[in-house]
Write a protein that binds this ligand. Structure first.
Ligand SMILES: [Zn+2]
Length: 107
């Protein structure tokens, strides 16, 4: 598979050139891609009610790490309902999907 995949910004439709300017965010269960400057404009608007915090970057990595720890802890507690255990997997899966589908294709 080629690594010259174009990733377009959801706001301005211009291709995103590098990992540094990429911000991924979840929009329900879809992953939306933005330039960092476009994301900061978008997050001020009405659409921000439906956007998550960034999936990638330091914040996203910390979220995934904490979710992984929480998931492992919850696996050890049988009283925790399965829906909670599955719910905590969502940010982990989003982090993996963001890297697999977008981040690894950018320099
Ligand atoms: Zn943009």
């Amino acid at each position: 598979m080629s690594h010259t995949k174009f990733i377009f910004c959801e706001k301005c439709r211009v291709p995103i050139r590098s990992k540094e300017e990429l911000v991924t965010s979840s929009f329900f269960f879809l992953i939306a891609t933005y330039h960092d400057r476009c994301f900061s404009q978008e997050i001020k608007g009405l659409i921000s009610a439906f956007l998550s915090w960034p999936i990638n970057g330091i914040q996203g990595n910390l979220t995934a790490i904490f979710a992984s720890i929480a998931f492992i802890v919850m696996l050890l507690i049988p009283e925790v309902p399965i829906i909670i255990k599955l719910g905590i997997l969502v940010p982990i899966l989003m982090r993996v999907a963001s890297w697999t589908f977008f981040e690894r294709h950018l320099p």
